[in-house]
Structures are given as structure tokens and as C-alpha cells.
Design a protein around this ligand. Structure first.
Ligand SMILES: [Fe+2]
Ligand SMILES: [Fe+2]
Length: 187
């Protein structure tokens, strides 16, 4: 698998400095969550460092590249292409690197989640939600829960994400609702 230095160099060469710093904060937090909850720390770092590899493409680019990579693009994805497809697209584009399938999966589902997430997926998802520069109302609750119960942190993070998406008038990915229903009430 590619190492941490290679992943850091790749993200710094691919996105703005501000976004690269976000990715590296997510990587660092994903590593500490992986240590806490028993996922592979190297995998967590690589997933965190590269998760937003395609986040700064525009909608047209994302849609074209997604079709080229045969990613399922439905009506909801067409309406929010960058938000909903930058994860799956990054996973496809990075598949040629020497990266574990589990890392690619964590990258693919980092925005909307999925049902039956692995511990690595959850560490990545929660790290993206509450890395140290996140400052929305309730973020400290996600941080506190992440230290105590990973599923509970996922439940809070997906609930917050759904409220955020609805508040912005964007369509909801059904898989986020399915994830919410799977984990809500987790203590
Ligand atoms: Fe993202
Ligand atoms: Fe992110």
C-alpha cells in the first residue's frame, strides 16, 4: 500500500492548500479513532488523506468522469453531483494506486455513509464530521461520543448531515436515511 508520505504528497498536489490541510486533519483524527476502535491505522490515514481528492472538481467534470467510471448516477446524484459523487469518484480514480479495497470503500462512502459500515468506514466518516477545524453547533457532542461509542457518534453525525442537507434545500441521498435508521438510538 502507498505510505503516509506518498498520500500526503498526492493530496497536496491535487487540491488547494486549505482543503489539503482539512484532509490531513481528518487523516490524523481517523488514525486516533482507528486506534481507539480497532481499525487499521495506516488504512485510516490513507483514507483520511485522500477522501476529498475529487472535491474541487466542478459538477460537469464530476458527472462526466462518473459516467466514464460507470458509477451509478441517478436523479439525486444529478442534482448534487459534486456533493454526492466526489467520494465514489475518488475511490475509482485512486483504484490504480496500491491502496486496499477497504480504504477505497471508506473513501467512497465518506459523504453519505452506507448501511453495514466497517469500523474503518465509521472512523473515516466521524473524523470528517468532527475534525478539529469543524465548528458547527453540536460538533463537540460528536467528538465526545466518538471517544465513548463509535456507533453513537455515527448516529449523531448522520443526523446532523441530514438536517444540514435539508436546510440547504438539497436532495437527500436515500442511503443516508438508511444509515440513520440503522444506527439511530445507538448509545
Ligand atoms: Fe468529502
Ligand atoms: Fe472532507
Amino acid at each position: 500500500m502507498i505510505d503516509r508520505a506518498q498520500a500526503e504528497a498526492l493530496i497536496r498536489a491535487s487540491v488547494s492548500p486549505v482543503l489539503a490541510e482539512h484532509c490531513l486533519r481528518v487523516a490524523a483524527l481517523a488514525v486516533s479513532l482507528a486506534r481507539r476502535w480497532g481499525a487499521d491505522e495506516e488504512a485510516a490515514f490513507i483514507a483520511g488523506a485522500l477522501h476529498d481528492y475529487c472535491r474541487q472538481r466542478d459538477a460537469k467534470e464530476v458527472l462526466e468522469a462518473s459516467r466514464k467510471h460507470r458509477i451509478d448516477v441517478g436523479e439525486i446524484e444529478r442534482r448534487s453531483p459534486v456533493q454526492l459523487l466526489h467520494g465514489p469518484l475518488a475511490a475509482r480514480e485512486l483504484a490504480h494506486l496500491d491502496v486496499d479495497a477497504a480504504v477505497l470503500h471508506a473513501i467512497a462512502v465518506h459523504t453519505v455513509g452506507c448501511v453495514g459500515m466497517s469500523v474503518l468506514d465509521k472512523c473515516m466518516y466521524v473524523a470528517d464530521a468532527c475534525e478539529p477545524a469543524r465548528s458547527f453547533e453540536g460538533v463537540d457532542d460528536i467528538r465526545a461520543r466518538a471517544a465513548k461509542a463509535l456507533d453513537s457518534a455515527v448516529a449523531l453525525a448522520v443526523a446532523r448531515s441530514i438536517v444540514h442537507v435539508v436546510g440547504r434545500g438539497r436532495p437527500l441521498a436515500p442511503v443516508s436515511v438508511a444509515l440513520y435508521n440503522e444506527v439511530h438510538g445507538a448509545k
